[in-house]
Design a protein around this ligand. Sequence first.
Ligand SMILES: Cc1cc2nc3c(=O)[nH]c(=O)nc-3n(C[C@H](O)[C@H](O)[C@H](O)COP(=O)(O)OP(=O)(O)OC[C@H]3O[C@@H](n4cnc5c(N)ncnc54)[C@H](O)[C@@H]3O)c2cc1C
Length: 321
Amino acid sequence: MSEAIAERWLGATAAGEVRGRLIPGQLLSSVTWFRVGGPAELMFQPADAEDLAFFLKALPADAPVTVVGLGSNLLVRDGGIDGVVIRLPMKGFGKVEHLGGARLQVGASVPDKKLAEVAAKHSIGGFSFLTGIPGGIGGALRMNAGAHGSEMKDLVREVRAVDRQGTRHTLTLEEMGYAYRHSGAAKDLIFTSVIMEGELADEAQIRAQMADVVAHREKAQPIREKTGGSTFKNPEGTSAWKVVDQAGCRGYVVGGAKMSELHCNFMLNTGDASAHDLELLGETVRAKALAATGIQLDWEIKRIGKFAGAPIAPFLGEPVG
Ligand SMILES: Cc1cc2nc3c(=O)[nH]c(=O)nc-3n(C[C@H](O)[C@H](O)[C@H](O)COP(=O)(O)OP(=O)(O)OC[C@H]3O[C@@H](n4cnc5c(N)ncnc54)[C@H](O)[C@@H]3O)c2cc1C
């Protein structure tokens, strides 16, 4: 089955040379933290960066390509994703190497939490905030993930990536174009590894910071729920949760989707929510927030893929619901 699909996409010769795994129709609800999302037409898990570059070169130029990480910041729509979805597996992209001093080379599929642990083991400070972020390093590089006053931008030195044509690149920190929860690096780049640098510090102190991060999360966030973390970016000068609260949306429900009572900028799948429920909830909250506070909330969660039914119109100023 995989072979036939690979040949259809790549042609028999190239398909025979791909070393990674091809999975037709992979349900993306099995990948996302929200546990929603339709199928990927074809999922590709490359064996390594070279295999990824070869695959992208061989793929017809008009084939759509989407990259997903650990799915902790993604709302994949119920109709799924056309074309190829790339997911970098631990095998081939899951190593952390100590380069000496406070520098680490990190594969893009390393979970943030694991990286924080390795950094602590080598007495490298500055990575503790990552212990509370449930994604992987590829997603963290794209999102400029951050918490507790630190963000990826503080640690990134050099990023390796492959573009849609299969050409390999090395990007400097400046070329990553970081801003709040955003990288301006070309959208087609798939990050494969990164060199990061912290500061040498006392291991016991680092571990105490990590414990604080974990304790704070346990108290303040619904970390054991099906969620995507912060739904909206913090607007200039205030916190998104305050705006959601002022709009009366703490605990607001649409179908199986709900704004968390504990942290009202987190959306939850309470059991049987569809991606449609979750996106409609988010758009409804945006509308109510604008009406109540005059502040427009922008999505932090990435919404991707096709609607299964009628599309949800993004809220453009008129209150809905
Ligand atoms: C309970 C909870 C708490 C959270 N707390 C925080 C927090 O404190 N701070 C914070 O910043 N975020 C937080 N998040 C959001 C999320 O964990 C981060 O954004 C994380 O960095 C996303 O990583 P991921 O691997 O899950 O990426 P995904 O969600 O799979 O993807 C996110 C984006 O990254 C892109 N991407 C993924 N891998 C690659 C790659 N290799 N190359 C290029 N692009 C790639 C995807 O295309 C997508 O656009 C939280 C989420 C949850 C569920």
